[in-house]
Design a protein around this ligand. Structure first.
Ligand code: FES
Length: 140
């Protein structure tokens, strides 16, 4: 019998060597608003984004949609865009802010006894607390 694991216990997929090479701390000056940076921690792999106000934010590297590793995600306007299905998450809050599937599925989402099309999935990146000290970014 298969046991469903909570999201926090699912393995993070590592599509490339960046996972193994991820540092355990980053220089704040090495962060940019146009790219996510991987960070290896005791909590697992994280991605770090730099907001336009200069504050870094840390999120689990696992996409809450279907588990892609966000190390290879795009960073657009401070938001994190998963490369698998294009879900866009706020770099400020981790909340889902755009789902390209909505337009594609619009004509297929018809009400039935078993399906309410007004209920939309809500996905949220898990944020982790950071500290910045002497120009270094670390997870608390
Ligand atoms: S796995 Fe990230 S958008 Fe689907």
């Amino acid at each position: 019998m298969l046991k469903k694991l909570p999201q926090s216990q699912l393995p993070i997929l590592c599509p490339n060597e960046e996972c193994d090479d991820a540092p355990d701390r980053l220089r704040l000056s090495d962060l940019s608003e146009s790219a996510v940076k991987p960070l290896k921690t005791a909590l697992g792999q994280l991605v770090i984004v730099l907001l336009s106000n200069g504050r870094p934010r840390a999120f689990d590297a696992r996409c809450p949609h279907m588990g892609s590793n966000l190390v290879t995600a795009a960073c657009v306007g401070g938001d994190i865009v998963c490369h698998w299905h294009g879900y866009r998450f706020s770099g400020e809050s981790g909340a889902l802010v755009a789902n390209p599937n909505e337009a594609i599925m619009k004509t297929l989402r018809v009400p039935s006894v078993a399906f309410d099309p007004t209920i939309k999935p809500s996905y949220q990146l898990r944020e982790r607390a950071l500290e910045v000290e002497d120009g270094w970014v670390r997870v608390k």
